[in-house]
Design a protein around this ligand. Structure first.
Ligand SMILES: [Zn+2]
Length: 377
């Protein structure tokens, strides 16, 4: 909130967009506006900028994937700890349909892993205004209309992560900044922040959600614009026992296990239906350009098979990203009749396969017993 207010004070266009978004939230709370609920799934492109001072903070792909997995789980109501939600709120959640993917196209249209890396000499770079400026030791953002930018870097001041509330006016600093201690579930992530839920919380802000206690702590009349969350006086930390009452008007007490409170990762458990719908509404308004981003072309999940193809559909060529277990093995591309039209050997993690003189249609890339469908355009 501090960062958001500082930015609003410094940038008039951001402040205007922020106010427009607050009015949208007010109308949403009043039931005047809602999201288009017919959209069941959206694919969102993420770029992770790993900005490290110590080599130990040059986090692994595995750690990055572990974080993307948590986002997809918690934004799709697939978490397996729903039984810990107090019974009165256990049916409060639902899926957003948001599917987060590491981008596979960079802003120039070239293949990317969706991760950039840079060593910096600036300590606590995320604590200031340098993290998004290359000349000051940071990494420039990729165009915010099409990419959700996440910088993973030292922040300092015991801050785990931060972001800005949405505005149609994108700022160069726009995105989410995360400390490596609170990113993903492995590697540099440290208990109790190694459940990946700091980013779930920040992504909630990124899509317009406020804390449960509203703009400021201290009384029971600050709204978070969500009709299905109770009034709450202040933040809750750690893990609480139900009921925990901070406002006399709420006999069931605080929804302290909501992702938009400050619970430890193992005790933050849900977004409510209104929170989900409001994020969908923000995606369809202030952040609509993220929909149909050209930054993701692949249709297969890297974790399913250990094999990812991009772009897919393809015109001239495909790139196949192979898990290390395939190293040295032969792969083949087959047409719909099962005839082998290409072969190759896996000598590096990414192999390029030329499709230019094949006719349009469906092909399969096969290695061992795994195969991926390829659409040639
Ligand atoms: Zn927050």
């Amino acid at each position: 909130m501090e960062r958001t207010q500082q930015r609003a004070a410094a940038e008039e266009s951001y402040a205007k967009g922020l106010e427009a978004n607050r009015q949208l939230a007010e109308s949403f709370e009043a039931g005047i506006y809602g999201a288009d609920r017919s959209i069941k799934q959206v694919d969102l492109a993420v770029v992770v900028h790993v900005l490290y001072r110590e080599e130990s903070d040059n986090i692994s792909m595995e750690q990055i994937h572990s974080q993307i997995d948590v986002l997809n789980r918690d934004f799709n109501w697939e978490q397996n700890d729903k039984g810990l939600i107090p019974e009165i709120w256990r049916e409060s959640g639902e899926t957003s349909g948001f599917r987060f993917h590491l981008a596979d196209k960079d802003p120039d249209g070239n293949f990317t892993t969706g991760v950039t890396r840079k060593q910096t000499t600036v300590s606590d770079i995320g604590g200031g205004e340098d993290y998004y400026r290359a000349e000051w030791g940071g990494i420039e953002p990729w165009p915010q209309p099409h990419y959700i930018n996440i910088w993973v870097c030292e922040i300092g001041g015991n801050v785990l992560g931060f972001t800005y509330l949405p505005s149609v006016s994108a700022q160069p600093s726009d995105g989410i900044v995360m400390d490596p201690r609170a990113f993903g579930t492995t590697g540099t992530a440290v208990h109790p922040y190694n459940g990946g839920r700091t980013l779930v919380h920040e992504m909630g802000h990124y899509f317009g959600l406020r804390h449960l206690w509203g703009q400021e702590e201290g009384d029971c009349t600050n709204t978070d614009y969500m009709a299905d969350t109770p009034w709450q006086r202040e933040a809750n930390f750690g893990c609480n026992d139900f009921p925990h009452v901070s406002c006399p008007s709420e006999p069931d007490g605080d929804m302290f296990m909501n992702f938009m409170d400050y619970a430890d990762d193992e005790c933050g458990l849900l977004f409510t239906k209104n929170q989900i719908e409001f994020m969908q509404l923000v995606l369809q308004t202030a952040k609509v350009t993220l929909l149909h981003s050209p930054a993701i072309t692949g249709i297969t999940e890297p974790d399913d098979l250990g094999l990812t193809i991009y772009p897919n559909p393809a015109e001239e060529k495909i790139n196949a990203l192979f898990d290390s277990r395939y190293k040295g093995k032969k792969f083949g591309v087959y047409n719909a009749l099962g005839q082998e039209v290409r072969t190759g050997w896996v000598s590096s993690s990414v192999e390029s396969v030329d499709l230019s003189n094949l006719s349009k249609g469906v092909y399969f890339l096969k290695i061992d017993s795994d195969f991926v469908r390829i659409q040639k355009q």
